[in-house]
Write a protein that binds this ligand. Structure first.
Ligand code: ATP
Ligand code: MG
Length: 475
């Protein structure tokens, strides 16, 4: 039996419908306006709705549209006046389950509600089943069956439906963006805007206008009014990536907006109230940043209502074969090929360290794919490519010991003396690799120790990778 919401401003009609439907064993809630109906839909679990078209305030169609946006497609039956066939047809096009014309035939009312209730029940069971089997498409894109990945997917499923702000933490390349995407897709906001902003990629002085928009003439270059990401994301989700890189100034502004629930465009004085679900991600340990005084504690608590830790690939090595296979499948699709990773290559990948996490694995698989000429993908080049601390194989596969980083030699002065005579960029290269090694491949940490930007570190590593001759000849 179903939970039915009856929306009608006429109390006699409400009572009649309620009596009939309760007589059929359903539970009935009632509301006298579209606004009240929407509030009831938020507060209670409703399977289907019987709604009069003509209502004071929001009419039946408008109420349906808002309800579908917010709560998904609850079967909706509209009651239309005599002679309003055209509206009835339009209502079906807009997603109504069915309509009844006045005067309502009570037998038809019973039958229509029964079939709506059945549809609601089926879709509920279907959803539950899909969830149980882990078939949600958005979650399928997060490949992996290790306990760590399963636990993370379970959390995503749990939190997706709430309005709570989510903070996603995890090392670079672990799939934080995929997690954010899944949360939005599984939420009730999936049909609403999903806006992404990498706060680290926006110059400091433009971030405020990027977030909140600006009025024409607000500053030099503001030639037209522009909506900010908060406004564009209204009723949907805003994903702020690399939130740990946000300046103190911008943090204050963001906090104010989150506290007040409204904002104004730069150079404007109109308050704009927004309904935005916020998801943030960072590869820093944000709590540590708070302790170090780099991130505001009050903002941290606002953003970290729900915390999702995305495990590094070290913590879910069991996922490597499935991930690798998945990447090969995708490449085959893209290139129309049918290559496979042979067992030996899979074993090499399985035993390697992946400080750059899934992104590094993905890039490596792609490189192997492109370099392999036959149908069998070989990983032999990985054995030769040991110029990098972070592409090191586990012991069994390592043919020779790694060059020891300067910091590991017994006497620091000796270590420094051993660098004399080397060109400056070679010293820098060694320093960077040794630091990366010291940080167990964690690039963010290494960049911080070296006091260089993460992007700079990536650029340098990339350059070294191409420059294998110089690293191969290094003692
Ligand atoms: N579980 C996974 N299954 C399949 N692909 C994945 C998975 N996790 C990550 N990837 C892929 O790895 C790459 C990196 O993922 P993503 O960009 O989400 O990482 P990130 O944590 O946001 O990294 P960064 O901190 O550097 O921005 C993407 O191409 C993504 O599709
Ligand atoms: Mg990212």
């Amino acid at each position: 039996m179903a939970n039915i919401l009856v929306i009608d401003d006429n109390p006699t009609n409400r009572d009649t419908y309620s009596d009939i439907l309760e007589g059929e064993g359903h539970t009935v809630l009632s509301a006298s306006s579209g606004e009240e109906g929407l509030a009831k839909l938020t507060a209670a679990a409703v399977d289907c709705v019987l709604c009069d078209l003509k209502l004071p305030g929001l009419d039946g169609l408008e109420t349906m549209e808002l309800a579908h946006e917010k709560h998904g497609r609850t079967p909706w039956i509209l009651i239309t006046g005599h002679g309003s066939e055209e509206i009835a047809v339009r209502s079906i096009k807009q997603g109504a389950f069915n309509y009844l014309t006045k005067p309502v035939d009570l037998q038809r009312l019973k039958a229509t509600m029964e079939s709506a209730a059945q549809t609601a029940g089926l879709s509920r069971e279907n959803k539950a089943l899909r969830r149980e089997l882990g078939y949600d498409e958005a979650l399928d894109r997060i490949v992996g069956t290790s306990p760590a990945t399963k636990a993370m997917k379970a959390t995503i499923r749990q939190v997706a439906h709430s309005h709570a702000s989510v903070l996603i933490e995890g090392e670079s390349g672990t799939g934080k963006e995929l997690v954010a995407d899944a949360i939005h897709t599984l939420s009730g906001r999936s049909a609403r805007p999903y806006v992404k902003l990498n706060t680290a990629a926006i110059p400091r002085d433009l971030l405020e206008s990027e977030l909140f928009g600006h009025e024409r003439g607000a500053f030099t270059g503001a030639v037209a009014q522009k909506k900010g990401k908060f406004e564009v994301a209204d009723t949907g989700t805003l994903f702020l990536d690399e939130i740990g890189e946000m300046s103190m100034d911008a943090q204050v502004k963001l906090l104010r907006v989150l506290q007040d629930g409204h904002f104004s465009r730069v150079g404007g004085n109109v308050d704009i109230a927004g309904d935005v679900r916020l998801i943030c991600a960072t590869n820093r340990n944000l709590k540590q940043e708070v302790l170090d005084g780099n991130f505001r504690m009050d903002l941290y608590y606002r953003l970290n209502v729900v915390n999702i830790h995305v495990p590094s690939l070290r913590e879910r090595r069991e996922d490597i074969p499935l991930l690798a296979k998945n990447f090969v499948d995708r490449l085959n699709q893209r290139h129309g090929g049918n290559k496979v990773l042979n067992e030996e290559s899979m074993e090499v990948l399985r035993r390697m360290d992946w400080p750059g996490n899934i992104r590094e694995l993905e890039n490596t698989v792609e490189k192997l794919y492109v370099l392999s000429e036959g149908a069998s993908i070989s990983a032999s080049i990985l054995r030769q490519e040991r110029s990098f601390a972070h592409t090191r194989l586990h012991d069994e596969f390592a043919a020779a010991p790694q060059p020891s980083p300067a910091g590991n030699t017994a006497n620091q002065e000796d270590a420094i003396a051993s660098l004399v005579g080397l060109p400056m960029d070679e010293v820098e290269r060694r320093m960077i690799i040794a630091t990366l090694d010291h940080c167990q491949g964690n690039k963010s940490k290494a960049a911080r120790l070296l006091r260089i930007g993460l992007k700079t570190l990536y650029r340098k590593l990339e350059a070294y990778q191409h420059d294998t001759t110089s690293s191969a000849t290094a003692p």
